[in-house]
Design a protein around this ligand. Structure first.
Ligand code: ATP
Length: 360
């Protein structure tokens, strides 16, 4: 059985989803104020204006939607919003709200000005979503009492509150819901220099001695994601403390992450297995997804959903109608030489992927 069988991404050091250990330590590492929050300059500036204006007017700010991949700081930002407003925060998620009644119970217990953080808002049930429209716009919900023809709607006034919705899939939100947010912040992957600052900050909080080159080494392998940076830092700390004197330098970080099979670009064993098969067995492709999956001994879904998105994002692999193709960067990354092109006109895909190759 493959190690990825149950939850394909569960045991990966480089998954952006939170694991149990992350949840336990993340609270301590979360920035508490907007000016402690690293990167995401545009979202931070825009949000700061929204919050300052609301504070000046003495009203609850518009509802906020935060969109972007996991682990980039949406939950952290929602907590900062509440802290900046001096308001309490209630945290729940779309999958936890399956019935409109679940949402009514939460909404009716909110206090004035409270922040409601609704993670994975795109996964709420339809009836709950419809109830949320009215709550967001009019601070009112209709609670349905009874069933069938005798059912009656009892209007319930709500105190003004601020909804902070988070989603990894803004495109999946129905337009009526999206339109009810006054501000939408799109979170981007972090630049290596920003992640280096995240690593430094977390190292200080965890009491780990690290030099700038050590932090840069971890940052470069963190796939643009603070959650991964913090997780890799903890594994490097283990290595530094067990095998050395606890100090983290570039060399120690690189050695540690080699033990954990996370390479210089942030690829792990599965990512490299996919690339390796694509290059060595299929000459760089094109090869069909299912053939590639068999070659690495994984399910097609695992290859497609777990490994490929990062490989595509990194420009190492391309999905084309004829199958998966490795790019020039993939050959370079694995230190292999691409086969000599057969004579004949290059396809447009080849030209796009290997712009520097001599035309034969
Ligand atoms: N800008 C940042 N500066 C410093 N640390 C950050 C930043 N963004 C995120 N982190 C750290 O990364 C971890 C993950 O962040 P968070 O839980 O807010 O991500 P998320 O986008 O809500 O993820 P998910 O979508 O999985 O809920 C936190 O421990 C937090 O400390």
């Amino acid at each position: 059985m493959s190690p990825y069988d149950s939850d394909p991404a569960a045991d990966r050091l480089v998954t952006a989803a939170a694991d149990g250990e992350d949840q336990a330590v993340e609270a301590a590492l979360r920035p508490k104020q907007l000016d402690e929050f690293i990167g995401q300059e545009r979202v931070r500036e825009q949000l700061s204006l929204v919050l300052q204006a609301a504070r000046r007017r003495g009203t609850a700010p518009d509802h906020v939607l935060l969109s972007g991949p996991p682990g980039l700081g949406k939950t952290t930002l929602s907590m900062i919003i509440a802290a900046e407003l001096g308001a309490p925060i209630r945290i729940t998620s779309g999958p936890a709200i399956q019935h409109a009644g679940d949402l009514a119970a939460i909404l009716s217990s909110l206090t004035e000005g409270e922040v409601l953080f609704l993670d994975e808002i795109h996964r709420m049930s339809r009836p709950a979503e419809e109830m949320l429209y009215m709550a967001m716009e009019d601070f009112r919900v209709d609670v349905i009492v009874g069933k069938g023809p005798g059912a009656t709607a009892i209007p319930l006034e709500l105190p003004p509150f601020t909804l902070v919705g988070a989603t990894t899939r803004a495109g999946l939100l129905p337009p009526p819901l999206r339109d009810r947010f006054g501000f939408t912040g799109h979170m981007e992957f972090y630049a290596p220099a920003e992640l280096q600052r995240v690593v430094h900050r977390s190292a200080a909080l965890l009491d780990v001695e690290i030099d700038p080159a050590g932090a840069a080494e971890i940052a470069g392998r963190s796939r643009g994601t603070p959650r991964i940076a913090n997780r890799l830092l903890r594994r490097v700390r283990d290595y530094a403390q067990v095998r050395h004197d606890g100090q983290v330098t570039r060399e120690i970080a690189a050695q540690a992450l080699q033990v954990y099979e996370v390479d210089a670009r942030g690829l792990d064993r599965l990512d490299r297995a996919v690339l390796d098969a694509l290059l060595r067995l299929f000459g760089g492709g094109p090869v069909g997804l299912s053939t590639l999956a068999v070659a690495v001994g994984e399910e097609s879904e695992t290859v497609e959903e777990v490994a490929e998105p990062f490989l595509v994002r990194e420009g190492l692999l391309a999905r084309t109608p004829r199958g998966r193709i490795a790019t020039a960067a993939a050959w370079q990354h694995l230190g292999l030489t691409p086969p000599v092109q057969a004579a004949g006109p290059r396809t447009s895909t080849q030209s796009a992927l290997f712009p520097d190759d001599p035309v034969v």
